[in-house]
Every structure is written in C-alpha cells, then in structure tokens.
Design a protein. Sequence first.
Length: 252
Amino acid sequence: MTRPEENGPALSPLSPLSPLSPLSAQSPAAARLAVVRERLAAAAHAAGRSPEELTLVAVSKTHPPGAIAELAALGCADFGEARWQELSQKTEAPELAGVAGLRWHFVGRLQRNKARGVGSACAVVHSLDRPELCAPLGRGAVDAGRTLDVFVQVSLDDDPERGGVRGDQLDGLADGVAATEGLRLLGVMAVVPLGADPRGAFGRLRGLADGVRRSHPDARGLSAGMSGDLEQAVVEGATHLRIGTALFGSRA
Ligand SMILES: *Cc1c(COP(=O)(O)O)cnc(C)c1O
C-alpha cells in the first residue's frame, strides 16, 4: 500500500528544479531567483494584491549573456538593459541565439541617435523622458513591425543626472507618447532619489501616475522598485519591478 506522501509529483526532491529542494541544492542563480520571487509574493500578499499583477524585469546590465540564458532557463523572459551598445551586443550573442521568447526592456538614459535602434530591439522602454525621443522610438517599433510599450520616466527630485521629465511636464509628454504611431503608453516610471525614503517617493509617483491615468485610462502600468526597495514599490502599486543585484549579484 502506498502512503499518501508517496503520491507526489515525479520530480526527485533533490532535482535543482524542484520547488521543494533546499536552497543549498540549487544553483546560485536559482536560489537568488527563488528569494526574489518569495519577496515579491510576500509583498503582494501583504498589500492585498496578486503576485500575478507583477512583472519581474531582470536588469542584466554588466552581466554576461550566459547569466541571462541561465535565468531564462529558470523561467524569466523579461530582461532590462541600460545602454544601447550593450543591448545590441546581447541581442546578437550566440549564448542567447536559441533562447525563444525573450523580451528586452530599456531602462537607461536614452540618446536621441540611438532611439530608433532601441525602438526596434525592445518590447518595452521605461525611460522616455523627452518629447524628441517619441518619433525615433516609434519609427524603430514600426521598422520592427510591432508596437513598443512605453513608460514615461518622471523625476522625483528634478536631478537631471538621473533622468526623468519634471512632474509638471509629465502629462504633456504622456499625451505625446499616446499620439505617436508605433508607441503605446503603458504608464509612468521613476527611480527613488538618492537618500530619499522609498515609500514617500513611490507614494508621490503613484499620485503622478493617477493623474496621467485620468487622460489615459489604459496606462495602468507603474515601473517602480529595484533590489533594495521592491517591497515599498509593491505597496504603492508597482506593476513592473526592475531587479538587478538581487538576481545577478553585485555589478563590477
Ligand atoms: C540598474 C538599474 C536597476 C536595477 O538596480 P538594482 O539595485 O541592481 O536592482 C533598476 N532600474 C534602473 C533604471 C537601473 O539603471
């Protein structure tokens, strides 16, 4: 007679892919991913939200294509890069040639002369912060035969070094994105200002996003939260979490 506990799934308890395996039996990448997923699920539940509302964007800047392939094999599909040159090298990398279904997100400062290429290579841009970027991004998306999802990046401290449109110019820029062929306005993005309290910053971002949604009701996305502040971002309504260090380890 079989006892009930022997009727479980066919996976060996020591398989690295088993959800029941101890962290010590997993690769470092699998262990880091499990921790991030657990943090996201716990934050969602604490906020009365469903983890399914959250898109994990693995920010792979500075990390090699092999590290991306490893996370892709563990079920990640969304990867974020911050520089055009690095992005274009990775989209051509032999290690990723056989990996289907990757979606590239651009999260860095955008140069106008690189915007068309970024628009062609990416599924999502998180960092549109000037009107002059709309047309070339849209042209790139049309070149690639798709629609590019766009977050408008807003500055929460008006620091030009970190990017982002001023809060009082956000609505106008969102209108410009929505009016551009090839672009679809997904919502608003911000980075917490250096030294600022994340919860307060994300609360302010949420208010700005609510304002944009009054004119653009479909722009329900909110790109907020990094390795150190993802819990506060989830509480304030983040839908896209941009996580680098917690998934890949520290950057050189
Ligand atoms: C690098 C970067 C991230 C990831 O930051 P971590 O702290 O490593 O998680 C997120 N967003 C942007 C815009 C970035 O440049």
